[in-house]
Design a protein around this ligand. Structure first.
Ligand SMILES: [Zn+2]
Length: 193
């Protein structure tokens, strides 16, 4: 029975990237009994954002780790350090599937984390995920340096995703103009590349 369950690792720059980007897919993994782990690089914009993501991790029965690096300052660090964080997460969780930010995103943190993940998942190690997917974060991905063209689209339970988002990010939805705009575009998501 255990063989049917997958190990899913989500590596993202900021707490909430994956919530906006591929929560519908993660809910399906959770329902299927797959084990989900989150690896975040930064603490996010503020404590409230991080608290929201912790709530979401609990809902998904997921475990999480956060490097608590400075938000929007990942480019101040050597790429080698970012790669080592991604590599350690991959080696620890031995994922079948990895989800991460889009490599052509406007947000530099997103781009750097995605690049680090691609290096960490290159097929030379004994532990290499079978699948690596990039998700879009509305508000930054569509403004990116290269177009996000989805080559996989997953049917999701939109209402379930919205309810879970409201439960965890209600304050952010009300206060964040960018988040509200993003929230209105849920039906198009998640797209993966
Ligand atoms: Zn982000």
């Amino acid at each position: 029975m255990k063989e049917n369950k997958k190990s899913v690792l989500v590596i993202s720059a900021h707490p909430d990237d994956e919530a906006f980007g591929c929560l519908g897919v993660l809910l399906k993994h959770s329902e299927a009994g797959d084990k989900i782990n989150f690896q975040w690089f930064t603490g996010g914009r503020d404590e409230k954002q991080f608290e929201g993501m912790k709530k979401l991790a609990n809902l998904l029965n997921a475990e999480y780790a956060n490097e608590n690096l400075a938000d929007q300052e990942l480019d101040a660090l050597p790429i080698k350090k970012l790669i080592s964080i991604a590599e350690a997460a991959v080696q620890k969780h031995k994922p079948d599937i990895v989800y991460t930010n889009f490599i052509g995103d406007l947000n530099k943190d997103h781009r750097l984390v995605s690049e680090a993940v691609m290096v960490a998942c290159r097929p030379y190690r004994t532990i290499t995920p079978k699948e690596v997917w990039m998700f879009e974060v509305p508000g930054t991905t569509e403004l990116g340096i290269r177009p996000f063209v989805a080559d996989k689209s997953v049917e999701i339970n939109k209402a379930d995703k919205e309810n879970k988002m409201r439960l965890c990010y209600e304050q952010e939805m009300i206060n964040g103009r960018e988040s509200v705009q993003s929230f209105e575009r849920f039906e198009k998501w998640p797209k993966l590349q």
